[in-house]
Design a binder for this molecule. Structure first.
Ligand code: AMP
Ligand code: ZN
Length: 135
């Protein structure tokens, strides 16, 4: 897509710190990493978010993420990993080309990927369970 920075990076029009590339994906180091080794999986085709991503590519992105993490863990010797994927401005998405964050974690790091747990109220539980119906 014209004027999409991740389309340009994924397709090699803009240089990037590329860890891996195949016909469908490019994996790059994030320019503003949450932690050392923070990587992004970018499909070469433009899909704005997970809702639009075809099922096959969604599955492949996760499998690729697993491979990248497995290799990166050997290099960084990290203690944990976050896989983060933001959809929509409200969820923190800033680049509207689907991408998956792979964020290495070290014990005691200050990456701050967390939330304050609320409470599952009986009303929410009842309403959501009664309305939710996966086909
Ligand atoms: P999100 O907030 O989920 O949309 O994530 C966008 C991510 O893209 C952020 O972590 C940015 O640091 C990263 N980013 C933005 N522009 C570039 C770029 N040109 N090269 C590498 N990473 C980028
Ligand atoms: Zn794009």
């Amino acid at each position: 897509m014209k004027d999409c920075i991740f389309c340009k990076i994924a397709n090699g029009e803009i240089p990037s710190a590329t860890l891996y590339e195949d016909e469908k994906f490019r994996v790059i180091l994030d320019l503003g990493p949450a932690t050392r080794g923070h990587a992004l999986i970018l499909p070469k085709a433009h899909y704005e978010n997970l809702y639009e991503l075809p099922d096959e590519l969604a599955g492949e992105a996760m499998v690729l993420g697993k491979k990248v993490i497995t290799e990166m863990k050997k290099i960084l010797n990290c203690d944990g990993y976050n896989v983060v994927q933001n959809n929509g401005e409200a969820a923190g998405q800033t680049v509207f080309h689907f991408h998956m964050h792979l964020i290495p974690r070290m014990d005691g790091d200050k990456a701050g990927i967390s939330w304050t747990p609320g409470t599952l109220t009986p009303e929410d539980k009842e309403e959501i369970l009664s309305k939710f119906s996966l086909k």
